[in-house]
Design a protein around this ligand. Structure first.
Ligand code: ZN
Length: 135
């Protein structure tokens, strides 16, 4: 598949994989914090990075039938939540292409003010190979 990139995020807060600390999403990408996952509270987010998805499958949910895919951490391969491919109910269509991350499986890191004021780019792409060479 060629080179693998990991994206490092900077925002008011960043969501990380609880297992390995991999960056997943910025606080600004949260659409709703009122979702429920298999492990309790969950968040709906616009976009997640450094993850991959499993096979599409149809699931009956509290809000109707959806086609979803499990979402896995690209680094430690833990399940983090799921992605909505398709919603059958018209009022659920807004969830298509969005991600659910389970609170139990992630942590939220608040950035301090100094970081916010620095002129670092908000999204920084670093090839994994380059990172490994530095260690
Ligand atoms: Zn992880």
């Amino acid at each position: 598949m060629g080179r693998t990139f990991r994206i490092y995020l900077a925002g008011e807060s960043v969501f990380l994989c609880r297992q390995c600390g991999n960056h997943l999403a910025v606080g600004e990408s949260v659409l709703s914090k009122a979702f429920t996952g298999q492990h309790g509270r969950a968040i709906l987010i616009q976009h997640a990075v450094n993850v991959y998805t499993g096979e599409a499958e149809e699931r009956e949910m509290r809000t109707g039938k959806h086609v979803v895919r499990d979402v896995f951490c690209q680094v430690c391969h833990s399940v983090l939540g799921w992605k909505y491919d398709l919603a059958y109910e018209p009022e659920q269509k807004y969830k298509e292409g969005k991600f659910i991350l389970e609170r139990e499986l992630i942590t939220e890191k608040m950035e301090n003010k100094r970081d916010l004021q620095s002129d670092r780019p908000r999204i920084d792409e670093v090839p994994v190979r380059e990172l490994m060479a530095r260690v």
